[in-house]
Design a binder for this molecule. Structure first.
Ligand code: TYM
Length: 327
């Protein structure tokens, strides 16, 4: 029996290179080795305000990105989170064993509430990690391939699964986060101290997977760099390090080799080539996305929901029995 992996992306903004390099790139490799379930987590997306028509469009768009990146529906199961109501039900049950300070500690919650203020933050945003835990343990997931920024949420998932098992008897598999060097945080192009983010205020923070050639060149040209002119891969030059990481992950050339290639060549040479590397990656991806029709993608998502529904139903019934619900 193959081990199961589960992961998801929110249809909450423009997918960017961080999402691809941090998550999707790994999924494509893992789907050969693991039984793979990939979700479009629309219920997570609505923890911040979304325009309904945009949400619908983006939900399909995220699934298109999965497929165009090489997620093969013959090997992996793709579905939309909100189509399986067991996620919300299990979330509610887990809410009764999750503790308020555990959620208050979550970095993502702290960052997001700092940005928008607690007064305008929804309770759903606070509860986000519990829904994520439900997503994962509903399917007896063993590995969760995510970017480094999500490791804390997977740790909480483990805590909640262990707590439930202890209280009500063995029910859930305890999952582990799966990260590789490609899951390192890809940082903002405008500020290397913050991760590249869909919800960034400035479009100069990220390179969207949908950016055209001109936009990519403009954004890379504007990307902040550190003082000096040497191309060196070092923690002392976080902006440059981030750009080298992107170059390296998209071209499979190691940072050391990149350093060598650009000895005494300066930033502008390096940036021009980086733009080429990014464009060479994005152009075929965008073509594949354009070739996918909404109908085809919705069919794949529906087939996926049909496949996971019985798994979710069975696990939730087990949970309900254990906690004393009459089913
Ligand atoms: P989301 O949509 O914010 O991010 C999707 C994936 O992209 C990774 N990621 C990054 N990786 C590297 N550098 C970055 N700058 C960067 N930004 C984002 C994230 O780590 C993530 O893997 N909470 C999840 C969605 C989710 C989920 C789940 C994941 C909901 N339920 C269950 C796994 C299992 C999230 O971060 O979505």
């Amino acid at each position: 029996m193959k081990k199961r992996i589960f992961s998801g992306i929110q249809p909450s903004g423009n997918l960017h290179l961080g999402n691809y390099l941090g998550a999707i790139k790994n999924w494509v490799k893992l789907q050969d080795e693991y039984e793979s379930i990939f979700c479009v987590v629309d219920m997570h997306a609505i923890t911040v305000p979304q325009d309904p028509a945009e949400l619908r469009r983006r939900t399909i768009e995220v699934a298109k990105v999965y497929l165009a990146s090489g997620i093969d529906p013959k090997k992996s199961t793709l579905f939309i989170q909100s189509q399986i109501s067991e996620h919300a039900e299990l979330c509610w049950i887990l809410n009764t064993i999750a503790k308020i300070p555990e959620l208050e500690k979550m970095t993502q919650f702290k960052d997001k509430t700092q940005k928008n203020g607690k007064e305008s933050s929804a309770v759903g945003l606070f509860d986000y990690p519990v829904l994520m835990a439900a997503d994962i343990i509903l399917y007896d997931t063993e590995l969760v391939p995510v970017g480094k920024d999500q490791k804390q949420h997977v740790e909480l998932t483990r805590t909640l699964a262990e707590r439930f098992n202890k209280k009500f008897g063995e029910t859930f598999v305890i999952p582990k986060a799966y990260t590789t060097e490609t899951s390192e945080n890809i940082m903002g192009l405008d500020d290397p101290s913050k991760k590249m983010s869909k919800s960034a205020k400035s479009e100069y923070n990220y390179i969207a997977l949908s950016d055209d050639e001109e936009t990519v060149r403009r954004k890379i040209k504007k990307a902040v760099t550190d003082s000096g002119s040497e191309i060196v891969y070092s923690d002392e030059k976080p902006a440059l390090k981030n750009l080298i990481n992107i170059y390296s992950l998209l071209s499979e050339i190691s940072p050391k080799e990149i350093e060598k290639k650009y000895v005494s060549k300066g930033y502008s040479n390096f940036k021009n080539d980086l733009a080429d590397v990014v464009i060479n990656f994005l152009t075929p991806l965008q073509q594949k996305i354009a070739d996918l029709t909404d109908e085809k993608v919705l069919q794949i998502l529906e087939a996926g929901a049909k496949k996971v529904r019985p798994i979710a139903k069975k696990k939730l019934e087990e949970v309900k029995k254990k906690i004393g619900f009459i089913i």
